[in-house]
Design a protein around this ligand. Structure first.
Ligand code: ADP
Ligand code: MG
Length: 357
């Protein structure tokens, strides 16, 4: 169902995106490392799952979930367990049993794969290399919370696989594009992955026409009549972001009322933002103030600075610059020039919610 709010896993449940799925599949066959980028709720996890399902030798690991379920610190055990779970869920499990049989620390009972404490992921990868495998890390920028050295051991493992295991391929997906690049360090000569070749696939919002078609098709599928004019208004507000279009459709079908459907989208966005902001606030309470300022139209450097200083005291320029840079790296804001430098909230729905928060 198009308006099902969960991530999709089959091509038939997705609207459009044929080109993107093919691009992901083609890229991962050709390149050892693929980056799948795009803002939150654009459809990365869905596309990743659909592509992996079709490729049939993929493993999916949601790093963001690991981060939260392990209390903000991803240990070797957490990652190993996640790997074990994903292997057991993967459609090519039966095909790899014989390759894993003789790996130290791997136990096989029937068709169930178990990792003991002393298992070495590098040795598992060496075994999987014989079958060929794709390992996808969703929201991979959270891997910087792996181990005690900002995820360096993880990167060293990827570098080892890159150099030695031709049939092991990685996909790293991320909403926080700048953070993902910082973490992988492909451009940083001190990083284990420095200079490695990778392919970037960026998922863009739907055009106005596609967004209209998406809503029409979803409503048709649900047997609900919606006026063209309402579809047009929704598309104007939701800016081609599939996650919000789905939320709108789902709420409309529930309430049969345009305003309540839009309120439903905003309520969902609010819950989502509150969760994310809690994380941000742990690092600095000024992040929220900055976002608030920008959403209210105080979008130039001096105005943001005044806004913050009026509410929480003096902030040195270097500190403000660092916070703004981080928000940009987390894809909350972007910089625009119209003669002057201005900061903007990337997602207009997020902007609306911030304004009233
Ligand atoms: P991301 O991982 O980029 O945050 P998700 O894959 O979780 O995005 O998608 C957000 C929501 O949008 C999900 O509920 C998913 O069902 C829906 N969605 C995304 N892309 C599409 C699409 N092409 N067709 C139908 N639904 C989609
Ligand atoms: Mg996702």
């Amino acid at each position: 169902m198009l308006f099902d709010p969960r991530p999709k896993e089959r091509r038939g449940d997705l609207f459009d995106r044929e080109k993107e799925i093919e691009e992901i599949k083609r890229s991962v066959e050709k390149y050892p490392i693929v980056l799948l980028l795009g803002i939150r709720r654009i459809g990365k996890s869905s596309l990743l799952k659909v592509a992996l399902n079709e490729l049939r030798n993929g493993i999916y690991i949601d790093v963001r979930e690991l981060y939260f379920s392990s209390g903000g610190w991803i240990t070797n055990t957490t990652l190993t367990k996640a790997f074990e779970r994903s292997l057991n869920l993967s459609p090519f499990k039966r095909r790899i049993l014989r390759f894993l049989q003789n790996v130290k620390g791997v136990s096989i009972a029937g068709v169930s794969i178990g990792f003991e404490r002393d298992v070495s992921i590098s040795e598992v990868l060496e075994a999987l290399n014989k079958a060929g495998v794709i390992i996808a890390f969703d929201e991979a920028q959270y891997l910087r919370f792996y181990g005690s050295r900002g995820g360096r051991e993880f990167l060293a493992m990827v570098a080892y696989a890159y150099d030695n295991l031709r049939n092991v391929h990685f996909i790293f997906s991320g909403s926080e594009v700048g953070l993902l690049y910082d973490f992988l360090g492909i451009l940083n000569y001190k990083s284990p992955l420095y200079g490695r070749i990778y392919k970037e696939v960026t998922i863009e919002p739907f055009s106005r026409e596609l967004s209209m078609e998406f809503l029409r098709k979803g409503f048709e599928e649900a047997g609900v009549d919606v006026k063209d004019e309402e579809i047009e208004r929704a598309v104007e507000l939701l800016n081609g972001i599939p996650g919000w279009l789905v939320e709108f459709g789902y709420n409309y079908i529930e309430h049969r009322d345009f305003n309540r459907a839009i309120e439903g989208v905003l309520a969902k966005a609010e819950r989502f933002i509150e969760g994310e902001l809690k994380e941000l606030e742990k690092r600095s309470h000024r992040y929220l103030l900055i976002l608030k300022a920008i959403s209210m139209g105080f979008n130039r450097w001096e105005h943001i600075k005044d806004f913050i200083e009026a509410r929480s005291g003096r902030i040195p320029n270097s500190r403000l610059a660092a916070l703004l840079k981080n928000l940009e790296k987390m894809s909350w804001i972007k910089v625009e020039y119209d003669g002057l430098k201005r900061y903007r909230i990337v997602d207009p729905i997020v902007e609306r919610v911030l304004k009233i928060l």
